[in-house]
Design a protein around this ligand. Sequence first.
Ligand code: BGC
Length: 376
Amino acid sequence: MSRRILAVLGSAVLALSMAACSGEGAGSGGNDSDKPGDLTIGVSMPTQTSERWIADGNSVKEKLEAKGYKVDLQYAGDDIPTQSQQVDQMITRGADVLIIAAIDGTALSGQLQAAADAKIPVIAYDRLIRDSPNVDFYVSFDNYKVGVAQATALLVGLGVQNKDGSKGNASGPFNIELFAGSLDDNNAHFFFNGAMDTLKPFVDDGTLKVKSGQTKIEQVAILRWQQEAAQKRMEDLLTSSYNDGGKVAGVLSPYDGLSRGIITALQNAGYRGDMPVVTGQDAEIASVKLINDGVQSSTIFKDTRLLAEQAVVAGESFLQDKSPEANDTETYNNGVKVVPSYLLPVQTVFKDDIKPVLIDSGYFTAEEVASGQAKG
Ligand code: BGC
């Protein structure tokens, strides 16, 4: 009890001293200087097990440092207490803005309260932070459209629909299975909703059949987006629902890491030339190689360079005591308020799109695609 009181007093003192340093404005945390070199941006990323978050972290850091800011970049190893502690430390070390990609969207409200008390603006990066009034801005992609794009890529891969949206030659019925991301990630729900709204008419008219019967997000979600857990679930599905000789024709997968686990399970069960249509997300280099080799069907490319740029633009606005420009002020209700957002568009990548979308834009080189390894 006494420790709690001390902690509360501590943060009140901290908040007062921060307010004293930064004057009365609504602006940034622990510094009244507006010289970039005197300002620190805390950047909290969820994990280094997925290449996209490494790219995100590096891009944000490089872009901020190029403008002269100091950057405190931390990765939390997909461990919620570690992320809470890292954000706490950023606040006590005097961060002026926080950019956070949360592991669990509901687990940081204590830290965000401390940030608000210290007048530190918080930008939710790609993943919305929920259940807190203290999220000032959100930068992400159009996450519902990611789900629509994934489901559309599945339909196109199966030949049910053509790329231009017209009706394809194939009519099924096709056995498919569904996967979703981590339930504590707000995005996982947007992806799944977008996908299911798109697939529903084809399930209803019998073109697609979810043979396992598992169609609810709670049944198909993979905690922490783990590749091994997706492989295990696919193995279980093959044993439980496809032991009658039935074949899987397609798998809705929301993330390349999960897709690789799913593909491994399918390969171990003997699928080769008859590999089902497997979707993905993030254009991770190992999966881009699989698409190039005709093993994975598609991915959704989200240009993390552009997302990092938006985070930097929003961060700078806060540092200049301005509100960042939003292009969506309706969609992202975090349970307490609608968080003003800047959403970026996404692109579907099939094999034919690798060169124009990923190589010509400088995201990967042709050598990286061929080897399946990014040189960084
Ligand atoms: C991101 C996806 C990513 C997933 C797993 C989501 O929050 O929006 O791009 O695939 O997390 O890391």
